[in-house]
Ligand binder design. Sequence first.
Ligand SMILES: [Ca+2]
Ligand SMILES: [Ca+2]
Length: 142
Amino acid sequence: MGLYVCVIKCVLLKRCPEIYVRQESAAVRVNPFRDRICRVFSMDGTFTFEDVLGMASVFSDKASPRLKIEYAFYIYDFNENGFIDEEDLQSIIQRLLNSDDLLEEELVTLTNHVREADLDNDNMLSFAEFEHAMSKSPDFLQ
Ligand SMILES: [Ca+2]
Ligand SMILES: [Ca+2]
C-alpha cells in the first residue's frame, strides 16, 4: 500500500466534502492513520497549497529517510508529548486491529520491536530511539 496515495486521498477528501462523505469508509480502511496524517501536515485543520507541497515532498522517493522517519514519529505520537509511549502504542495497535491489516503474530512482532527499540528502558521511545530502530527496518522506507 502506498502511503503517498493515502496522503493524496487525504488531501482530496479534505478539500472536497462531497467525496469525503462517499469515500469515508474506504479511506479509513486504506489508512487507519489518515486523521493523524492530516493533523501532522496541517496543524490548523485546513490544507494550504504549501501543506500539500510539504506532504508531497515528504512522501516522495527523493525525500531523505530521516525526514520520513521524522514525520512517521509525529504521526505515531498521538498524544503529542514528544515520545511514543504506552498510550500511543495502544492507539496504534487499536487502529491496526480495526483495519484488519494486522495478524496476531505481527502484533507480537511489533510489540517486540518496540521493546527492543527502547534502549534506555523507560517504556517509551524518544525520537533518537525511534530513528535508530526505523533505520534498521528497510520496509518502512519504501
Ligand atoms: Ca506520545
Ligand atoms: Ca526509551
